[in-house]
Design a protein around this ligand. Structure first.
Ligand code: ADE
Length: 235
């Protein structure tokens, strides 16, 4: 899968993606990254990409033309059906299910805004999905884009090794993950729960599921409610 990121800070995207598991996935050819500088598509001699807002008000707005020309350059050899995600606090809130859907695509374009936003006309023209990473405001779209790419990339087949695999983790079944322990058996007077040392796999699975339920109810009552309702419906 290939990520195409339209940004004023391509180095920020490249550097963050060039780390750890995502770096390995890029080296193995599982993930492609094309970080494109919107500023390369300005049509004025000062390389400006922003201007004042019609109607007044504080802040600058990214202009439509460089964004559109950048998009045209990225998509010139592509077919029509490519998601163009605009990262914005006004979008639908990103979650694991969306990450999973995007992970099936061959190409994804992510548009990162800066300043106070982007001229609405180009958004209308090119954006298919507006996505937020949560109800808080950041200074630009690069961090949200990186968050989303990380969550999507790790679901692409072959990106995680078996023991990094995502099958039994938080959200994959709608519950938070159970607590986990490694050596030593006793640390600062705290012992590993005895069932985990028992070697009895059925009991261990049962304990883990119970712990997931307890944890989800306590920390994310909204998810717990959803899980319980889904279970009732199944029955
Ligand atoms: N840009 C600024 N804040 C954002 C957020 N919370 N999500 C996505 N894009 C953003």
């Amino acid at each position: 899968m290939n990520f195409h990121v339209m940004t004023l800070f391509p180095d920020m995207i490249r550097e963050a993606m060039n780390t750890s598991i995502i770096k390995r996935a890029m080296e193995a050819g599982k993930i492609g990254l094309n970080a494109v500088d919107i500023r390369d598509y300005t049509a004025n001699k000062h390389n400006r990409v922003d201007d004042y807002t019609y109607g007044g008000g504080a802040g600058m707005l990214m202009q439509a033309q460089p964004v559109y020309d950048c998009y045209k350059a990225i998509t010139k050899d592509m077919t029509d059906d490519i998601p163009v995600i605009y990262v914005s606090p006004q979008g639908r809130v990103f979650d694991q299910k969306m990450a999973f859907e995007y992970s099936k695509k061959e190409d994804i374009i992510i548009l990162c805004g800066h300043y106070e936003g982007i001229d609405e006309r180009v958004l209308e023209e090119i954006v298919t999905d507006t996505v937020s990473i949560g109800d808080y405001v950041l200074t630009g779209g690069e961090l949200p884009a990186l968050v989303m790419m990380d969550a999507i990339a790790r679901l692409v087949p072959g990106v995680l090794s078996n023991d990094e695999s995502y099958m039994t983790e938080s959200f994959s079944d709608g519950l938070l993950e159970y607590p986990q322990y490694t050596r030593p058996e006793e640390w600062m007077g705290k012992n590993v729960p005895p069932v985990l040392l028992s070697g009895h796999h059925v009991n261990i699975e049962k304990w883990r599921h119970e712990q997931s339920l307890i944890r989800t109810k306590e920390r994310r009552p909204d998810l717990y409610e959803k899980y319980i309702n889904a279970e009732k419906e199944q029955k």
